[in-house]
Structures are given as structure tokens and as C-alpha cells.
Design a protein around this ligand. Structure first.
Ligand SMILES: [Zn+2]
Length: 106
């Protein structure tokens, strides 16, 4: 599994790097900006994945930080934590925590 991820991931990276280099046509600043644009969007995809899971956990009635067991005042500032960081965001793999408790954990 891990080798397969690396093999396929490296192939995708090589493809994307080549596409960025080609589009930049030797303009280093443009290449840098394109690289950053793609990087930020891909990171954002991960965040988009976590938001509905956080809402589902909240809607299921969880009102307590899973780390310190104190009650949340509201959903604002509550963070989602993946119990197994090698797995994606899902109701089964996630719990809700205060920002501070989450930072201590990670
Ligand atoms: Zn807490």
C-alpha cells in the first residue's frame, strides 16, 4: 500500500511539475506562483474534506472535548482530530477537540 502510494504519487508529481515548468516557459517567478497556487488548492481540498465531518460529529450531539472532557461553548474554534493520521477524515476516525487540546495532541 505505502509503496503503491509512493509510486503513483511520484508519477503524479512528475506530471504536475512538468506541466508547471512547461506553462511557466522559463519565467521563474511565474513558475513559483503556479507551484504555490497548485499547492494551496491541494491543501484546501483536505480542509474541504474535514468540514462536513466536523459538522456531522457536532450534529450527532458531541458537545465535549475528547481530550480534556470539558464542554464546548459553541462549534466555533472546535477542531477535528484524526485518531489515525494515516487515514482520511470520517466520522469513525475523527473526534472533536478544543484548539489548544488538539495542538497538545499533535
Ligand atoms: Zn479540551
Amino acid at each position: 500500500m505505502k509503496n503503491e502510494i509512493k509510486k503513483i504519487g511520484d508519477a503524479i508529481l512528475a506530471h504536475v511539475r512538468s506541466a508547471i515548468r512547461e506553462a511557466a516557459k522559463g519565467d521563474a517567478d511565474f513558475e513559483f506562483k503556479l507551484n504555490r497556487w497548485v499547492f494551496t488548492r491541494l491543501q484546501g481540498d483536505g480542509r474541504k474534506q474535514s468540514k462536513p465531518i466536523k459538522q456531522k460529529l457536532w450534529d450527532s450531539g458531541i458537545r465535549q472535548c475528547q481530550a480534556c472532557r470539558k464542554n464546548f461553548l459553541n462549534i466555533k474554534g472546535v477542531e477535528i482530530h484524526r485518531k489515525d493520521s494515516s487515514l482520511c477524515y470520517s466520522v469513525e476516525n475523527c473526534e472533536l477537540m478544543h484548539r489548544q487540546c488538539h495542538q497538545k495532541k499533535t
